[in-house]
Every structure is written in structure tokens, then in C-alpha cells.
Design a protein around this ligand. Structure first.
Ligand SMILES: C[S@@+](CC[C@H](N)C(=O)[O-])C[C@H]1O[C@@H](n2cnc3c(N)ncnc32)[C@H](O)[C@@H]1O
Length: 507
């Protein structure tokens, strides 16, 4: 075994040992999921093609961990081509042993927070390869202000407060990348579709040259222990002057993708959902209708504690609670078999699981006088701390729900694309007064559709059939995908779905 293989074997041993000494929660906090060596090798082997054979490499990994990318650099580039190599690691737990491991190599292993590190004059790198920590924005509290300032200083990117830590790594690294230098980012593909990714996409299109985005198939999770779908983004630090083609590849690995296609930079400027590429072509954005022309779309209600607020009819009877202070609510999509919800004489749904949500606008004193049983039930909520939950305590009356009208049309919010022959999202036609929880979206007809619907019940069915005729792929195009093949569609995204089928009916 050569010395490189020996040290790589040792590194993997250290990685396993150090990972096992931390809980999953601890590793989540700093996004500590090591990059599999096969993936690092395939990235570094691919990266070679962006350098002239005589170029000398100055390498930086801003989140180096035990050094999977550095190990792959040594394997894929001749030693005499590597001029310098630097790595940053914030956590002593990984840093101490890793620094020791690489002590006799060229690597300058720095134990520091990369996002706050000072760059010395003349310090630039022509190859940055990084798998930054995937830490979501709500775990960045307390650091966001400094991160945002440093991102602006380095690259003038003003990141949204919803951006995850990996976006800050991309932004802050900009000033470390030499002109014409190559940046390779292994990051969640989420930025390609969601709102907080806009600033990153703008950076990729306007401040540097975007060479390639390779997206792994969502079912093919790169890190056995982190549930995200990943992409490799390759850039060159060169301001674009003309339009050019960006290579989008998908599936397999970056060296042998399952498919690829070139998309013009000017087309990417217009498209908000980049994960459609390379499987699909540039969208025709000509004059078509959108669902928002016919519906106001909102999420269903967030109760703050479904187990306290949502009760089965039998339970309400058993506790002798007044049904008039409850509203019918559909069970979560998992438990709803019906796609058309019929209604009984009280406008309650005729379905197997009859559920009701507490929604009472009376004061506690009034309740105490008029409904002692409801009063005691509410007291149990106070004792269990339900009234103190974030959503509840921010409501005017903690046991009254947001005002949401029931609607004739709902759509499920989450779905899986890998279930055979089934659409990822389901539309529901509702004839009852049932409202829905936030596992659904509510489609409230706007005026021009409302009058059509009021003509007769068949019109409702026509519109429902039209919604169902929208292709699954059109919904997936607007929604977002997560690791493991899970899809979500937000109200704003569903609003943008092509609705020419409805326009044609109203014509
Ligand atoms: C996704 S892992 C990448 C590991 C590395 N590619 C490997 O496999 O050896 C991210 C690493 O970044 C480190 N990290 C998190 N925040 C950091 C920061 N602000 N500065 C430097 N390193 C950081 C974590 O401790 C973790 O080791």
C-alpha cells in the first residue's frame, strides 16, 4: 500500500471514531457530515480538466473536517503541481487529530471560524473545493448579522435571513478565490428553487462564470446520514461579458452523468426553478394563465398543537364538549382516502375519520359560565403548556383558530414522486364546511370563477377535473424537492402553475 493510501485509511478511521463520539444532534449543529472519499475523488478527478497541465494549484477547503478533499487532491494532482494547500476547521474535536494527521504534508490546517477569518494581503487560491456545513437559518441565531456583513464585504451578496450557512460560505469565499480561479461547491440543491436562493443564483450568473451544475438524483442521497439532495456547482472567478452556455447534468456522478444539457445564461436569468434542468427544456413564458388568476391560495391552519385542538367526534361527545365551538377539519392527507368529500345535512363531511378543531371566540369567563366541560378542557391545555406554545400565545385568543373559510378545492402540500402511477400532489373536491390543516393548501376561488361555480354543482366538477388534468410534472416544476424524493409545493409556487385549462372552460 502506498503512503497516500495508508494516510487515507487512517483518515477514515479517525473520521469514524470522531463521528461516533458525537450525537447526531451535536453533528447537526455544525453540519458535520463527512464527504465520502469516492465522491471527493470523483470531484477532484473531474476538476483537473479545468486547469492547464502546467498550472500550479493553490488549494483551499474552507470547511475541511478530516480532509477528504485534500486527500483526493493528493491522489488526483501530482505533488509538484500543488503549490500550497490550506484548510479551515472550527471544531477542535475534528481539528486536533486531523491537523496531526496531515502534519507532515503541505497542508496548512487552520483551526478557526472560516466565516470570520481574516485574509492576509496577497492570499488568493486558484482552487476552492468545499462541502460547507448544511446548517439551517434558524440555528444561526446570534451569528446572522456578522455573517450577513461578511458576505456583503466579500462579494456584495445580501443574503436573505432564510439562507442556510452554506450560502454564507459561498458568498464569503468569493474574496479568497483568485481571478480565473475555480470554485467547486458541494451544496444542497435547494437553493436552485427556493426564494432564499435568489441572491446565490444572481451571484452565479452575474459575478462569476457558472460553468456547471451537477445534481444528484434526489433518491440518491450522497451522505448516508444527512437527508438532503445535493448538487455540485462549479464556477470560475471571471465576470461574464457575454451570454454563454451553462452545463447542467443530472444523475450518476459528475464524471459520467445520466444526462446533461446546455442552458443559456440568459435563459437562467428568467427561470426561477433551476432543478428543471437538464431533464426539461427552457419554459415558454408566453402569455398563459396561472392558478393565481382564478384562486387565492393559502396554507391551511396551523393549530399549534393538533393533538390538543383536533378531536374525533366520539371524543367530543365523551367529554361533553359543545360541538358548535368546533369546526369540521379533514384528517391529514395520509388518512384521507376520499378525493371528493360529500356533506351531511349539517354540512359536516361524510368520511371515515370525523374530526373537529376547537375554534371558540368566547372569553374564558363566558366559557366558564356557559360550558363548564369546555372550560375544564381548556384548563388541561393550560396545564400542559399548550397555551404557551409559540403559535398559541401569539393569537388574540389562544384557543381560537385563524380565520379560514372552507373551500371547495384543496391540494395536498407534501408528496412523494416515487410512488408508482400516483400523482405527487392530490386535489380534493370538498362539498362540506370542512377546513384543513397546514398539510394542505386552500384554493379559494376568485370572483370570476366564483360566479361560474355558483351556477350549478356540475361546474364545480368541471373545475375539479381541470385541476386534476394538470400534469404532475407541471406541479413538480413549480414545487421543490428534498432528499429521498420528497416534494413540497408552497402557495406561491402552486399559484404559478399553468391554468390554461381553467381559462378555456371559462371562455
Ligand atoms: C459537511 S462537513 C465537510 C467535511 C469535509 N469535507 C470532510 O469530509 O472531511 C463541514 C465541516 O465544516 C466544519 N465547520 C462548520 N462551521 C465552520 C466554520 N464556521 N468554519 C470552518 N469550519 C466549519 C464542520 O465542523 C465540519 O467539519
Amino acid at each position: 500500500m502506498n503512503s497516500l493510501n495508508i494516510i487515507e485509511e487512517k483518515r477514515q478511521g479517525i473520521q469514524l471514531k470522531l463521528d461516533s463520539l458525537k450525537t447526531r444532534l451535536e453533528r447537526n449543529k455544525l453540519g458535520q457530515f463527512s464527504t465520502p472519499i469516492e465522491l471527493s475523488n470523483s470531484i477532484l478527478s473531474y476538476t483537473k480538466h479545468f486547469f492547464h497541465k502546467d498550472s500550479k494549484i493553490t488549494f483551499l477547503d474552507p470547511a475541511i473536517g478530516t480532509g477528504s478533499f485534500y486527500s483526493a487532491l493528493l491522489k488526483n494532482f501530482p505533488l509538484n503541481k500543488i503549490d500550497s494547500a490550506t484548510g479551515y476547521e472550527i471544531d477542535l474535536h475534528y481539528a486536533l487529530e486531523s491537523k496531526e494527521l496531515w502534519r507532515e504534508s503541505k497542508l496548512d490546517y487552520r483551526i478557526d471560524d472560516f466565516c470570520k477569518a481574516e485574509i492576509s494581503s496577497n492570499e488568493k487560491y486558484n482552487l476552492i473545493v468545499c462541502n460547507p456545513p448544511y446548517v439551517r437559518h434558524h440555528h444561526l441565531n446570534g451569528q446572522k448579522k456578522v455573517l450577513q456583513e461578511n458576505a456583503v464585504k466579500s462579494s456584495n451578496i445580501k443574503l436573505s435571513s432564510l439562507a442556510g450557512l452554506y450560502c454564507y460560505f459561498v458568498a464569503i469565499s468569493h474574496k479568497w478565490l483568485d481571478s480565473d480561479g475555480i470554485g467547486v461547491w458541494l451544496i444542497p440543491s435547494e437553493f436552485m428553487d427556493v426564494n432564499y436562493g435568489k441572491e446565490i443564483k444572481n451571484y452565479l450568473l452575474n459575478k462569476v462564470e457558472l460553468i456547471q451544475i451537477h445534481r444528484f438524483a434526489p433518491e440518491d442521497i450522497q451522505f448516508t446520514d444527512a437527508l438532503v439532495s445535493s448538487a455540485i456547482v462549479i464556477i470560475r472567478n471571471k465576470k461574464p461579458t457575454t451570454d454563454y452556455q451553462v452545463n447542467f447534468s443530472f444523475g450518476g456522478n459528475i464524471e459520467t452523468p445520466l444526462m446533461s444539457n446546455s442552458i443559456k445564461r440568459s435563459d437562467l436569468e428568467k427561470e426561477s426553478k433551476w432543478t428543471r434542468f437538464p431533464q426539461k427544456n427552457v419554459r415558454d413564458s408566453s402569455n398563459h394563465s396561472m392558478l393565481s388568476d382564478f384562486f387565492a391560495i393559502k396554507r391551511g391552519i396551523a393549530t399549534g398543537d393538533n393533538s390538543f385542538f383536533i378531536l374525533a367526534k366520539e371524543e367530543i361527545n365523551r367529554l361533553n364538549l359543545p360541538l358548535e365551538h368546533f369546526r369540521p377539519i379533514l384528517p391529514s392527507p395520509r388518512y384521507l382516502k376520499e378525493t371528493e368529500i360529500l356533506s351531511d345535512e349539517n354540512r359536516n363531511p361524510i368520511i371515515e375519520q370525523k374530526l373537529f378543531v376547537l375554534d371558540c371566540k368566547l372569553s374564558l369567563t363566558e366559557i366558564e359560565g356557559r360550558y363548564p366541560s369546555l372550560y375544564s378542557y381548556i384548563q388541561t391545555g393550560i396545564e400542559k403548556g399548550v397555551s404557551n406554545r409559540y403559535l398559541c400565545k401569539n393569537r388574540k385568543i389562544w384557543y381560537a383558530q385563524e380565520n379560514r373559510e372552507s373551500s371547495s378545492f384543496y391540494c395536498t402540500y407534501i408528496g412523494r414522486s416515487n410512488s408508482k402511477n400516483k400523482n405527487t400532489f392530490r386535489f380534493i373536491l370538498n362539498h362540506s364546511d370542512s377546513i384543513v390543516s397546514n398539510s394542505y393548501l386552500i384554493l379559494n376561488p376568485k370572483d370570476k370563477l366564483k360566479s361560474f361555480l355558483s351556477e350549478n354543482i356540475e361546474n364545480k366538477r368541471l373545475i375539479y377535473d381541470a385541476l386534476n388534468s394538470i400534469l404532475d410534472s407541471q406541479l413538480l416544476d413549480e414545487g421543490r424537492v428534498y432528499g429521498g424524493g420528497m416534494h413540497k409545493i408552497e402557495p406561491r409556487e402552486l399559484s404559478k402553475v399553468n391554468a390554461d385549462v381553467i381559462r378555456n372552460i371559462l371562455k
